[in-house]
Design a protein around this ligand. Structure first.
Ligand code: TPW
Ligand code: MG
Length: 544
């Protein structure tokens, strides 16, 4: 019989986890020892728990499936609240594993260190931001609890929480089973799929819009197959940018309402048969449009339900739905017109760099050497990413929290999905950029581009009169050497292009390119986005 600690690790692996991120502490030291000595999954320690959460989230997003974040009780776990809240919002199955006081020490009479209000305060907080929790204080029920919680993470693609008292890590338990998914009602599924197909075929202007659930449930290829067979154009949402990047022939672009390509906006807003696959109905995805999409006449598959007009089909997994749809359509592809590739626009000269130049330079780099997966932070870097060719992208496009980019890029390195490109603003880099210092230990070599405008520029766009948006110039490139990487600061387009080429050619150390940008300047996409957002807010307040 395995110990509880070992059974938990084996269960993580059996449920698809490929790595564990963490920071030890005394309540979780015994479990960390088992992780290291079992060597079932690699254990990557970082510097601050928010990064542990973002890295696990990033790894889960990149490789699809669960990833684990292991922390100590209280001081460690409370630091994970924000990344886990973001993972919940954006449906990423992060498995939080927190050590906890031993069952035997709970009634010692002492107030336990790291305790905030009560012994169960932490559990109650995590209950709010996860879809299932297990407090493993009874070895006889622990394996079944772990099995249920890990299935929930996979089934709902949401974070879960597991609490492991430190004195039970070595107790023997039975192994953890992998539970089967609940059965799908074949009749309901067939009816639902037939109705979706009927509406798509009857539509004058059918469109398929994809968002992150298509990635979370691994159905991008099926969505592309459906679109190809029916000759229907696909667009992504803002949050879904980067989806179906392997099927560029069907993806026409990203819907950004008034902030985006007018042809895409017209395609979506004029559609009379809009199939929303795994789409989050968020303001970041939809508010920037004057002409409202009539969500009631659209077809929405999200969270295992399918809404068609006023009808609701429950317990319809999106993967089963797409399988059913693909089985119904003629597989000979009808020619969807190919979207034009993004042409090179970078003027390689000694001019000052604008944010959109960074997109152009990256497009040129990708055109010459192939694409790279991208992890972007919140800030103008994310809006600039909308101007980069469609490639695998992870970013907090809905939750919009800063600090995600660098650790999510580290998650990509750990997940082994190829060398990532990290896009991050100076403000966000101040939050989690130091985590790059962990790359050397693990042999990771991401390329990190810091958009340094010495400013919280995105906030300045909303409120230009506020001086608090001015940041100091931290000279990030000079920090790279001591942290184990190479850094360069660039101010002209020629320097930017050369730095990108050099970074790509240099392997084995992280590469930091600090791009100096004047304050008061943003990408074209951000300027349009903020204008659209402000207009939407004004319309809402007039209507209210
Ligand atoms: C954890 C609010 C949204 S955008 C922004 C702030 C402070 C400025 C970002 O500055 P940065 O990028 O990184 O230099 P740029 O291009 O705008 O100059 N705290 C958190 N998340 C968010 N979103 C905020 C505050 C915010
Ligand atoms: Mg900035």
């Amino acid at each position: 019989m395995p110990t509880l600690g070992r059974a938990l690790i084996d269960a993580l692996a059996a449920h698809g986890a490929r790595e564990i991120f963490g920071i030890p502490g005394d309540f979780v030291l015994p479990f960390c020892k088992v992780i290291e000595e079992a060597a079932v999954l690699p254990f990557f320690t970082l510097s601050h728990e928010p990064a542990v959460g973002f890295a696990a989230d990033g790894a889960a997003r990149f490789h699809g499936g669960i990833s684990a974040a292991v922390v100590t009780w209280g001081a460690g776990a409370f630091n994970l609240v924000n990344p886990v809240a973001g993972a919940y919002a954006e449906r990423s199955p992060v498995v939080v594993i927190s050590g906890a006081p031993g069952v035997a020490e709970r009634d010692s009479g002492w107030q336990l260190h790291h305790m905030s209000r009560a012994i169960d305060t932490q559990t109650r907080i995590f209950r709010e931001i996860t879809c299932d929790i297990a407090v493993l204080d009874d070895p006889s029920t622990a394996p079944a609890e772990i099995a249920r919680v890990l299935r929930s993470a996979r089934l709902f693609s949401l974070p879960v929480y597991i609490e492991l008292p430190r004195d039970l890590v070595g107790v023997e338990v039975s192994a953890v089973p992998v539970l089967a998914d609940p059965p799908v009602d074949g009749g309901a599924l067939a009816e639902c799929a037939a109705e979706v197909l009927r509406r798509l075929r009857a539509a004058r202007q059918p469109v398929i819009m994809v968002d992150i659930e298509t990635r979370r449930y691994g159905v991008e290829a099926q969505a592309a197959k459906l679109a190809r067979a029916l000759g229907i154009p696909v667009v992504t949402t803002f949050m879904g940018r980067g989806l179906l990047s392997d099927d560029a022939d069907v993806v026409h672009g990203t819907y950004l309402g008034d902030a985006g390509d007018a042809a895409i906006t017209e395609l979506v807003e004029g559609s009379d048969g809009l199939l929303l696959l795994g789409v989050i109905l968020s303001d970041t995805n939809f508010a920037v449009s004057r002409r409202k999409i009539d969500i009631r006449s659209a077809m929405l598959a999200i969270n295992r339900t399918m809404r068609i007009g006023h009808a609701l089909y429950t317990d319809i997994p999106i993967d089963a739905l797409l399988d059913a749809l693909v089985a119904l359509v003629d597989q000979r592809p009808r020619g969807a017109d190919r979207p034009a590739p993004i042409a090179s626009t970078l003027a390689v000269d000694d001019g000052a760099i604008e944010p959109s130049d960074i997109a152009a330079a990256i497009n040129d780099l990708f055109a010459a050497h192939g694409t790279m997966p991208i992890a972007a932070d919140m800030g103008d870097c994310l809006f600039t990413a909308m101007e980069i060719a469609n490639t695998g992208l992870v970013a907090p496009g809905y939750y919009a929290g800063m600090g995600f980019g660098v650790p999510a890029g580290i998650g990509a390195c750990a997940a082994g999905i190829g060398r990532p490109l990290i896009l991050v603003g100076d403000g966000a880099f101040q939050m989690t950029g130091f985590e790059l210092g962990n790359c050397r230990r693990y042999g990771w070599d991401p390329i990190c581009i810091v958009f340094n405008n010495a400013s919280w520029e995105m906030l300045r766009v909303f409120q230009p009169e506020s001086a608090f948006n001015n940041l100091d110039d931290w000279r990030f490139a000079e920090l790279a050497g001591p942290l184990g990487g190479d850094g360069v600061r660039v101010t002209t387009r020629r320097e930017l292009q050369a730095a990108l080429e050099r970074a790509r050619a240099t392997r084995g150390r992280f590469q930091l390119i600090e791009v100096m940008l004047p304050r008061g300047q943003t990408s074209d996409t951000l300027a349009r986005f903020v204008a659209g957002f402000k207009a939407a807010r004004e319309r809402a307040s007039l209507a209210g």
